[in-house]
Design a protein around this ligand. Structure first.
Ligand SMILES: [Zn+2]
Length: 67
């Protein structure tokens, strides 16, 4: 996530928040494909552990485990 702050003439600090996701490992932006896969294509690491966990949980059906 990119946060830009600038000071207006009135003295107010205005912060700009961009919704771009960022790899927690290398800092590169996470694109839609990487978002879906949960893996950063730039460094090969999981770009966000929490998001990865969410995908992991929702993508595996309960009956899909074969022993
Ligand atoms: Zn990365």
């Amino acid at each position: 996530m990119i946060i830009q702050a600038k000071k207006l003439d009135s003295g107010t600090i205005q912060c700009k928040y961009e919704t771009n996701l960022e790899c927690s490992n290398c800092g590169m932006n996470v694109d839609a494909e990487e978002y879906e896969s949960g893996t950063c294509s730039d460094c090969g690491a999981t770009w966000n552990g929490k998001q990865h966990t969410k995908i992991h949980v929702t993508s595996i059906p309960l009956a899909g485990k074969v022993s």
